[in-house]
Write a protein that binds this ligand. Structure first.
Ligand SMILES: [Zn+2]
Ligand SMILES: [Zn+2]
Length: 236
């Protein structure tokens, strides 16, 4: 970074510290984050959940579904229930350029993740190149970058490629969503570290992360985690 860029960067940071920004949810002044402290406190934290699939439960034990039919990942972590206002914030992050939200989400995720043994590499779930071109950025990549900074873990933004421009999964029946993900990704490197985490915005049925995790397993990953901002509970 040259001197002028450094100065501009410094002034921008100073400005954002001094000038309050309105909270995205209630409009009141917020100094540091795009949400005010009161709104952050009220966000629907996931709390106790199945360690393998992040399904909420009264105590932290493996859920019946994972005991019967374990998913490909070994561990999952989600910060919030995917419900109001998390759904609105994730839509703002995904479709309305509110990329700065990833810094807040990464900060809140890191507070909880720091207590566990951390993975060696963060891999965001990629978008298909056509969708990436349309949207201009991948929210999961942006989240992985912010987490990488917070937790000092490397991130590989390019090792996983999305082959299919699948329809938004939510609009499809369960079986079709599952079929849709077959061959959805390619891993372009022959091996990955022992302990890796896949980064996505929301964990729903898990078909998407399962497809990616299968490839990481084949490439030598022994422990695969899935970290997301939100967890949707569906009863398909
Ligand atoms: Zn607020
Ligand atoms: Zn489970």
């Amino acid at each position: 970074m040259d001197y002028l860029s450094k100065l501009t960067h410094g002034l921008t940071q100073l400005y954002s510290k001094l000038m309050p920004v309105p909270c995205l949810l209630c409009g009141s002044c917020s100094q540091q984050w795009p949400l005010c402290d009161a709104c952050i406190t009220q966000l629907p934290q996931l709390g106790n959940a199945c360690p393998r699939c992040a399904t909420p439960s009264p105590i932290t034990i493996m859920c019946g579904k994972c005991l019967n039919q374990p998913p490909e990942q070994d561990l999952s972590f989600s910060l919030f229930h995917y419900q109001d206002p998390i759904d609105r914030l994730i839509i703002a992050l995904k479709y309305h350029d509110k990329i700065f939200l990833t810094k807040l989400f990464a900060h809140l995720m890191s507070e909880q993740l720091q207590q566990r043994q951390l993975p060696q590499l963060l891999i965001p779930i990629p978008l298909h190149h056509r969708r990436l071109k349309m949207r201009g950025y991948n929210q999961s990549s942006e989240l992985a970058k912010a987490l990488s900074q917070q937790l000092s873990i490397s991130t590989d933004q390019h090792c996983l490629i999305r082959n299919k421009n699948t329809d938004p999964q939510a609009s499809l029946p369960y079986d079709q969503r599952k079929r849709n993900m077959h061959g959805a990704f390619t891993l372009i490197q022959p091996s990955v570290p022992q302990h890796v985490a896949l980064i996505d915005d929301v964990l729903t049925t898990g078909h998407t992360v399962n497809a990616a995790a299968t490839l990481l397993r084949q490439a030598g990953a022994a422990t695969i985690e899935v970290w997301t901002i939100g967890r949707t509970i569906r009863h398909d």
